[in-house]
Every structure is written in C-alpha cells, then in structure tokens.
Design a protein around this ligand. Structure first.
Ligand code: 8YV
Length: 310
C-alpha cells in the first residue's frame, strides 16, 4: 500500500502526476468537507503545499501525526514555521532551481515599467500610432540607480543582470554581503539614492510593510517599484495612492496582497505592469521544483536526510 500524502493545493500537472503515481494523495483543496478529510488524515505524516497556499497552525493542529511539510516554492512565509518548530515538523522548500527565472522576470518587469512596453503594445493595437502619432517618450536603463531590497540568491541574480544594462547597483537587507555593491543598512537612505527599487526579500512578518509609504515617497515621482517577492513586503495601499497621485512614476508587480485578487485601481493604471505571480512558472523550473519536492518526500520516507530543508 502506498504512503499517504495530504496535498493542500494543486501543483503543476507533471509534478502532481508523479506524486499521485508514487503516493496515496488526498486532495484537501478538492474536499467539500475539509474538516472531515482532516479528521480522517490525522495521522498522515506528510503534507505538500505551495508557496502561496502554505499551511497554518489550525490545519497542522488537526494533523497531530504530521512530520513533514514539503513546499513547492522557495518562499515559506505562508507556512507557520513557529508551529512547525514547536511540534518537530520538518519543512522543505525549492531554492536555487527557480533563481534564474525569477530574476529574469524582475528584469522583464524593470524593462516593461521603464520603457512602457505594455503601454506601447496597446498604443499599436488600439491604433493610436496612426491617429495620434508616437507614444509619449519614456526612460532608459543605462546609468540608472537600482536599489535591491534583499540581496539573497534571487536579489543577487537580479543585481548581476542589472549590471549588463550598465546600471548602478546598491542594496539593503538585514546583513552586509561579501559583494562590491554599496550596502545601505537604512532602506530609506537606499530609496533616496535609487531611481528604481526592486523587492526581492522573503515575505513574512519580518519584512511586512518594509517598503513603506515613506520609502516609496523617498523613491520620488520619477521612481519605479518592482516586486517579485511578496505582496506583504510593500504597503500596497500606499503604493496605489502614490501611483495615482503621481508620487511614483510606475511599477512592475508579480505579487500582491490577497492573490489572485488585484485591486481595481492597479488594474486601471496604464503605467503599471501586472503579472499573475508567474516568475517561476516556466516548464523547466516547475519540473525542477517538483523534482525537489519528490526527492524530499523520497528521502523522508526512506529515513534519509532531507535534500533541501528550511
Ligand atoms: C510559486 C513562489 O509561484 O517560490 C516561491 O516562493 O512564490 C513561486 O515560485 C509558488 O510557490 C507556486 O505556487
């Protein structure tokens, strides 16, 4: 009989297929009576979730036999890590394999926001090029001051890509890193220096609202804000109000509060480029993320060390 696994959210199809081939998968997200399924799974040792879905303390409390939470995603901010620690539940995630794709999407948003790529596309499609002539001019990247908020694996990969566009780089984070780029222990100071801020820090309580109204105001009316981290990292209401009042020039956003619901104000703003939290969503990366989830499960069931423990 195959081992039981509780699945909290649908995964990318090939991964889910492989998971269902190897284990007896119980789909919590499909259950009409979730409490009844949880009660019947109380001794299930393994739960699989995604970065967006995570797992809260109440769900884990209903699973006293839980020993491992495997996350399809690098960000574990939606997993109650304190509960896991207190109850001896191991957690794994999918670092490294998604770094390049996430950094690439940050650059795509940077270019799209500065060069108004989406607005340009609309300009052509809606016939304005013919009826009104050239679109309004925009801003180039060369020489630009880019502040990276969070110089971890993804932040560093973004910074490296930015240098190819001949931009200047500086960064903020809890710690100075062994790099030549200038470090700003104070985010407000970094925002004052920057033309663009790119958020690449982890989510969760330690970074909630880190990019505050004050930080966005310091970025200024010509400033752009790019976010491939988590919606929680920025004060979304302040972001919307500054974009609306001209206190900020533009934004490129892959992540939001309360996904998949994006505020109507953002949707109505032509100077904002929106993406549906798709930074890691390429075939190769999603396959590699799924591979890590399965490798961690295999290691755990075989009593071997986890491949990518958090
Ligand atoms: C995924 C992510 O979109 O890795 C993360 O933290 O946010 C993304 O790669 C997500 O985990 C899949 O739902």
């Amino acid at each position: 009989m195959s081992d039981p696994v509780l699945l909290l959210s649908a995964l990318h199809e090939p991964t889910q297929g492989r998971l269902e081939e190897r284990y007896k998968v119980h789909h919590l997200y499909k259950a009409t009576d979730k409490a009844a399924l949880l009660a019947s799974m109380s001794q299930c040792p393994v739960a699989v979730t995604t970065g967006g879905r995570g797992i809260d303390a109440a769900t884990m409390a209903a699973l006293p036999g839980l020993k491992l939470v495997a996350c399809f995603g690098v960000g574990v901010d939606a997993i109650d890590l304190a509960y896991c620690k207190a109850h001896g539940i191991a957690v794994t995630n999918t670092p490294d394999v998604l770094t390049d794709d996430v950094a690439d999407l940050a650059i795509a948003l940077l270019l799209a926001s500065l060069r108004q790529v989406v607005a340009g596309d609309r300009w052509v499609r809606e016939g304005h090029w013919v009826s009104r002539g050239p679109m309004p001019i925009n801003r180039g990247l060369a020489g630009l001051r880019i502040g990276i908020v969070g110089l971890g694996r993804i932040g560093a990969a973004i910074a490296l890509r930015c240098t190819a566009f001949r931009t200047q780089i500086a960064y903020h984070g809890p710690n100075r890193k062994p790099v030549d780029w200038p470090y700003y222990p104070d985010l407000l100071e970094l925002a004052r220096w920057s033309d663009v801020l790119i958020a690449a820090s982890p989510g969760g309580e330690s970074t909630r609202g880190l990019v505050s109204r004050e930080v966005l105001e310091a970025l200024g009316p010509d400033g752009h804000f790019i976010n491939i981290a988590r919606g929680s990292v920025v004060d979304q209401a302040a972001l919307i109000s500054l974009l609306g009042s001209g206190g900020l020039a533009g934004a490129g956003l892959d992540v939001f509060d309360n996904e998949p619901h994006v505020p109507a104000e953002l949707i109505a703003m032509p100077q904002v480029v929106l993406q549906p939290h798709q930074a890691s969503a390429t075939r190769g990366t999603r396959d590699a993320m799924g591979g890590l989830v399965l490798d961690n499960l295999e290691a755990w069931f075989a009593g071997k060390p986890l491949v990518t423990p958090v």
